[in-house]
Design a protein around this ligand. Sequence first.
Ligand code: F6R
Length: 248
Amino acid sequence: VPVKIYSDDTSASIEVARRVAGLIKSKQANNETAVLGLATGASPVKVYKELVRLHKEEGLSFKNVVTFNLDEYYPIQPDAEQSYVRFMKEQLFDHVDIDISNVNIPDGTLKQEDIAAYCLAYEQKINNYGGIDLQVLGIGRTGHIGFNEPGSAPNSGTRLVTLNDLTRRDASKDFGGKENVPKKAITMGIGTIFKAKEIILLAWNGKKAPIIKKAVEGPISNEVPATFLQMSNNVEFIIDEDAAVELT
Ligand code: F6R
């Protein structure tokens, strides 16, 4: 896996935002749609901040952008403080000129019996746009990408999953206690992520160093779902020095 190490997350995030903006503009020049796969959590926050700046100060338009977010807690209301709908609005969508009908985030309010059909339709919608041009990923300490926890199959699609205990512990601060963290989530699959034409995984700080070592150098195994990315030719890890300390 190609790994690019930056001295800090700010400079790295600015570079990633520049690449996203470059994709959007080259699509614009051809009257085409840019299809972005987006992540939530701490890792992409500065990328979104820079994209907002590029919109406000340098005229970057999101009119031709369609987005698919990786995941959402289940169940959750979109206006809940911890929902990924709310996160994406606050970090990005409320501050740029994207057409909100071009935004896709898994629905945390579905009835259980409607989830399977919804997930198939989510996959289909991505395919109908010709697939994701650029997928932004974070990585969880369990090795999850999206919410594909250990045990996920490499060909998995969008589906309802059970969150790992460590993932729920890491989210407990946001929810005021682990007991309040939803036990499930809807996530794009490893197979869905793999179909993206380009994948960028972000990881910052020393807390991610052990899982970055496993993801980059460890044996490919569903025990660490991010190791499946070693089989992709279109993936790049963009990390800071602290996340890179355990790499040989
Ligand atoms: C979020 C997602 C997760 C996070 C991961 C890292 O949409 O899919 O895989 O990217 O849990 O989270 P942070 O960036 O908060 O460390």
